[in-house]
Each structure stands twice: as structure tokens, then as C-alpha cells.
Ligand binder design. Structure first.
Ligand SMILES: [Zn+2]
Length: 305
């Protein structure tokens, strides 16, 4: 206890009556400073990957509210919540839980990652330096994708299945990983946010978990044949470069259902599936949510980003 606090307390005891408003206010502020709300270990048990590109989840008493760095998370009727960390997420995050009984905050340490640089030669030059017309098309398509991801379907059953773990949508050699800094035909581009699985055109792409289709487009400028599958509460998967799209918007898929076929549409040099995941606006790493790629499939990787 500081000298100042001691002085205030003594003066309050001595007076033995209701202190004036200003003193009471100061007293409250000092109490707040003396006993901050950080009960870190007992606040909430956070599961998942506390690292860049990772997805975390936890469970609080039903009816509690949860914030991450001050922004409110959706809490499921059963008390579960989920949150993701982007490629360049800062090292520290603060989780706060507030209910009738509890009010606590917890510091999370987010592990940083090293990303490699991947040079990709031979993609169509129009996808590296798009013309004015193409730029307008790109903007239209980005709005479509944003709208699809922005739906935030409230389906606890879908999210709970997703949190139990994903399956690989295609099993084959991994030819690109999350986070790489990409250089296309010599020109630095945006980082790669998906995991690439190189397989021949026509190979099936299967739903890695249950979800509702919120976007099904045959020919987007960068991503070609593209499907977005919503897993609920801001979590979604995207499947890019497909030669065939076999689903329609609004369709509900179970794990293992056919989404489409692998292709090389959009900005690609050869047939592969690019599987991406988002939580709200954060791109997360799908590879952190699946078991390791089966060994036999991962040999003889043909690089086809
Ligand atoms: Zn890719």
C-alpha cells in the first residue's frame, strides 16, 4: 500500500462518517489501482493455437460477454467463443470476460512465426499487373467475397463441429503454405494465405467440416472457380482455382461432401487446391486445424502455386 493510499484510508477511518464525493471517488480509483482485475490463470481456459494464424476457443458461463482487445466476441448459447489471429498479429492480446458473477481479464501471448519468400514464375501477366478494366472487376469481386464472409451465420452446431477439427479437403503434396511472401513473375505481391495441395485437374475437393455455401463462383479474376463455406460465428473456408464448382449458394454441406474439382483457374501456374480460412477479417492458417498430411501423399511435391 502506498503512503498516499494509507493517508486516505486513515483519514476516512478518523472521520468515521460519509466522506465527501471527491474523496469517495479517489478512494474507488485507488482501490481499482490496488486490485486490478487481472486474475489471469483462473479467468478462462483458452484452447487452440495462441500463435499468428491460429484459432483459439474457450467456454464461459452462458450469458457472459467476452471481448478480445476491446472488441466483442459472439458467445454461443452454451458459452463457447472463438477468435482468430492474423498473419502479423501482435505478440500480446487481452481477453476479458464479464458476467453477473465474474469480471476478469487475461493476457494472451501470441507466438510469432517466420514466413518464407516464394517466387512464382509463369502466372498470367494480366494477374500481376491488372489493367484498369481488370481492376474494376477485381473490386467488384472483392465486394462479393466480403459480403459472403460478412454473413456471420449463427449456427452453434456448425461451429462445434469445426472446433472438433477439420479433415483435409484434398490429400496430396503440399506446394504452398500460409504466410509466404509471394513474388509473382518478379513482382512482390500480397502474402499467400492458404495451403496449396497440388493434384491433377478434376480431383475432388471435399468439405473439411460442415458448413453453408455463401459464395459459389465459376470464374473470379484471381481465384478462378471459388467456393466459400461458412462454419458459423465468423469462421469460413475458401476453396480456390477449381475447374468445376459443384455447389450452389445456400446449400448445406456435411464433412466429406463434394464441393468441386481441382483446377488451375485464376492466378495459378498449374492445377492445385488453395484452401484458405478466415475468422472475421483475419486470415488464419488452415494447416493448424488439420492433422499432418498423410505421408504417402506429401512426397514428390510439384510446385504449382
Ligand atoms: Zn495458393
Amino acid at each position: 500500500m502506498t503512503k498516499l493510499q494509507g493517508g486516505f484510508l486513515r483519514s476516512l477511518y478518523r472521520r468515521n462518517d460519509v466522506p465527501p464525493e471527491s474523496v469517495r471517488l479517489c478512494f474507488c480509483v485507488l482501490l481499482f489501482v490496488s486490485f486490478p482485475l487481472g486474475v489471469s490463470a483462473s479467468c478462462v481456459d483458452v484452447q487452440g493455437q495462441k500463435r499468428q494464424g491460429g484459432l483459439i476457443h474457450g467456454k464461459v458461463a452462458a450469458g457472459s460477454s467476452v471481448t478480445l482487445d476491446g472488441s466483442a466476441l459472439q458467445v454461443l448459447p452454451g458459452g463457447e467463443f472463438v477468435a482468430g489471429f492474423g498473419r502479423d498479429a501482435p505478440a500480446n492480446a487481452t481477453l476479458s470476460v464479464h458476467s453477473a458473477e465474474t469480471r476478469c481479464t487475461q493476457k494472451l501471448t501470441i507466438a510469432s512465426r517466420e514466413y518464407n519468400i516464394q517466387r512464382v514464375e509463369g502466372v498470367p501477366q494480366k494477374t500481376v499487373t491488372p489493367s484498369k478494366e481488370h481492376q474494376a472487376r477485381i473490386a467488384r469481386e472483392q465486394a462479393l467475397v466480403r459480403a459472403a464472409k460478412g454473413q456471420r451465420l449463427q449456427r452453434p452446431d456448425l461451429l462445434q463441429e469445426a472446433l472438433a477439427g477439420f479433415s483435409w479437403p484434398a490429400v496430396g503434396p503440399i506446394s504452398g503454405v500460409y504466410g509466404s511472401q509471394r513474388i509473382y513473375n518478379g513482382k512482390p505481391g500480397s502474402p499467400h494465405y492458404g495451403v496449396d495441395v497440388a493434384l491433377p485437374t478434376g480431383s475432388p475437393v471435399l468439405a473439411p467440416s460442415a458448413g453453408v455455401v455463401t459464395l459459389a463462383e465459376r470464374d473470379l479474376f484471381f481465384s478462378g472457380g471459388t467456393v466459400i463455406l461458412d462454419h458459423g460465428y465468423g469462421l469460413s473456408s475458401s476453396f480456390l482455382h477449381m475447374s468445376k464448382v459443384s455447389v450452389a449458394v445456400g446449400q448445406e454441406l456435411q464433412r466429406g461432401d463434394l464441393i468441386g474439382e481441382i483446377g488451375a483457374t485464376g492466378r495459378a501456374t498449374g492445377p492445385h487446391l488453395d484452401w484458405r480460412m478466415s475468422w472475421r477479417e483475419e486470415r488464419i492458417d488452415p494447416q493448424l486445424l488439420v492433422p499432418p498430411m498423410p505421408q504417402a501423399a506429401s512426397v514428390s511435391a510439384a510446385a504449382s502455386p
